[in-house]
Design a protein around this ligand. Sequence first.
Ligand code: 13P
Ligand code: 13P
Ligand code: MG
Ligand code: MG
Length: 385
Amino acid sequence: MSEKAKTTISVIKADIGSLAGHHVVHPDTMAAAAKVLAEAKSKGIIVDYYITHVGDDLELIMTHRKGVDAPEVHEVAWNAFKEAAKVAKELGLYAAGQDLLTDAFSGNVRGLGPSAAEMEFVERPAEPVIVFMADKTEPGAFNLPLFRVFGDPFNTAGLVIDPKLHDGFKFEVYDVIGGKYVIMNLPEEMYDLLALIGTPGRFVVRRVYRKSDNEIAAVVSVERLNLIAGQYVGKDDPVAIVRAQSGFPAVGEVIEAFAFPHLVAGWMRGSHFGPLMPVSQRNARCTRFDGPPRVVALGFQIKNARLIGPADLFDDPAYDETRRLAQTIAEYMRRHGPFMPHRLGPEEMEYTTLPAVLQKLQNRFVEAKLYEVKGPKVKTELLHE
Ligand code: 13P
Ligand code: 13P
Ligand code: MG
Ligand code: MG
């Protein structure tokens, strides 16, 4: 293998059905997926893999030499999900095949239901990588923590004190509704970036690059399942990959951004705001009100495209206070019951079952001419309308 050989890490996930509602992946479905990945490894399509789950999402972490969006690798993932879904159907698991929106695979899982985060790089002598996997939320949930990791010196000390980080990072932001993206440089365009990514249901941080040499630093799955399906089929539970140390933020700086359990969209029926709670693999299962939303962080070292590890990074009492705060926030939000801002706003609810209820009420309304309604003076739509 030449020294310049590139390694790709692909994290591809799907909800293919789960045990007791949307709670956890059944071990038999994981075993079915593992069989497909073991075969792909023996054939040399992938070099290594690690299979896990976060709540009801089956997560395939794969390393290989075939680059991002490689049809062969995507086909392996697709077949693993199909085999797992078959078992889910046999067992009568809930929402079996939930995220597999089609029967026909066409070279790439994007747009077919599963979500993917992939990055390719030349391995450094030591290559620490963190894989984040969340359940009961959406890709924009990573906006706030990724901003803090790569843009906020109050989170990442290295932005100030490490010359290799001091130039800053570039954020690629994807407009999931407009189907466009924009690249913004930090720190100089920080306020513009925040003007966009503060709307995480629409503007999603898709990639982060180191500004000095364009080296890939982070990537997020940006698939919005409901926008693809046109209706509510489940939340777009996202994954992200972040490189750490030696020219990137330290591992401890990357996970520090999750010490604040910020509010994210998802939770019950994908229709509620709740705190994102960092948990260990052991606690990667949503319970109360199908939540609160959770995120797991697995740390790997990658060597010659092999996955060394993982280290279960949130399995630490140092995150107990974050979890306690998350539960206090969960309790506070729950008390709002069906009221906003616990329940999501009308734009997001469009993809749920609420419109069917509202439709039924339409005929009940009678004209009330109390005053003339002129409509807004200022065009309130965001961009590209
Ligand atoms: P070590 O001195 O333990 O390698 O740690 C360096 C570092 O960057 C910690 O954040
Ligand atoms: P998932 O998106 O994790 O399948 O959850 C869906 C849901 O409706 C939870 O209440
Ligand atoms: Mg589910
Ligand atoms: Mg899920």
